[in-house]
Design a protein around this ligand. Structure first.
Ligand SMILES: [Mg+2]
Length: 118
């Protein structure tokens, strides 16, 4: 799979990219906020997006809503900090594929990817 990562933390980018590549997938774009996701979605055409909830400029849930409004149905796995549960539940109601709570382990990423490959 070609995967887009959206997060405002360079540390999360490094970690997630490592896990994605070790599991045999490719990171096709790294966004720092939701606006960058929207701006690059057509060109990069990812199979999956890992999306942080809290980001500057445009947060994850807003970017997710706008994707769905423009009929982009790419699966989105939200990355949430502790305390984001309500937001995440709303996202799931609106069709998010999954969510992972930070700090996540490599095993969490592998399981989330395996679930989507089936
Ligand atoms: Mg963040």
């Amino acid at each position: 799979m070609r995967i887009m990562i959206a997060d405002d933390s360079p540390m999360i980018h490094r970690l997630l990219k490592k896990f994605v590549e070790e599991s045999g997938h490719e990171v096709c774009f790294q966004a720092e906020n939701g606006q960058e996701v929207l701006d690059n979605i057509e060109e990069t055409k990812p199979d999956l997006i890992f999306m942080d909830i809290t980001m500057p400029v445009m947060e994850g849930l807003e970017a997710f809503k706008r994707l769905r409004e423009s009929n982009v149905d790419i699966p989105v796995i939200f990355l949430s900090a502790m305390g984001d549960e309500e937001i995440v539940n709303e996202a799931k109601k609106n069709g998010a594929a999954n969510f992972l709570t930070k700090p996540f382990k490599k095993q969490d990423i592998l399981e989330a990817l395996k679930f989507l490959e089936v």
